[in-house]
Design a binder for this molecule. Structure first.
Ligand SMILES: [Zn+2]
Ligand SMILES: [Zn+2]
Length: 161
């Protein structure tokens, strides 16, 4: 195999593992037990109101600051630390995951893609964005996946939409 193919496979593998790890962390964040530290940070993500107004990132976002310690910490715990760890462990093409994560969080995670109510089926049959993820905000229980919806389907935590 050529190096390019290996790099692409390493990136895809890292992306899938990352998606599973963030699903798990998000799932645990919503578990009801005493002193759930993950929920203490993740609840700040649920304070956001998505009204379809903002489309461009604020300058602070470029420096990975999302408005408060809670919101920034939530991104770091659920996505950044896993992305760095997985990239470091796999190496090679997996490092592109860090770039992907940066672009996703700064440009797409707000109302452009992840919280864009206009995005629905058939895209949301595969990707955990738009109406699929907004259902998680409405119901709080279910639809924990990020990027790929496969984990909700596999572990039966999907909200039918
Ligand atoms: Zn959540
Ligand atoms: Zn959200």
């Amino acid at each position: 195999m050529t190096t390019v193919v290996i790099y692409i496979l390493q990136f895809i593998g890292a992306l899938i593992i990352w998606s599973l790890v963030s699903y798990t962390l998000h799932y645990v964040s919503h578990m009801k037990f005493k002193n759930n530290l993950l929920w203490k940070t993740h609840k700040h993500h649920h304070l956001n109101k998505y009204e379809g107004k903002r489309t461009l990132p604020e300058w602070k976002n470029f420096f990975f600051w999302f408005g408060s310690w809670g919101k920034t910490g939530d991104v770091l715990i659920l996505y950044t630390i896993p992305a760095l760890t997985i990239s470091f462990l796999i190496g090679g093409g997996a490092y592109f995951l860090i770039i992907f994560h940066y672009i996703y969080e700064v440009f797409l995670a707000d109302e452009a893609l992840e919280h864009n109510k206009k995005i629905g089926k058939p895209i949301t049959n595969f990707l955990a964005i738009g109406q699929y993820h907004m259902l998680h905000h409405q119901k709080i229980i279910g639809n924990y996946s990020s990027i790929f919806v496969i984990w909700d389907k596999l572990f039966k935590t999907e909200i039918k939409h």
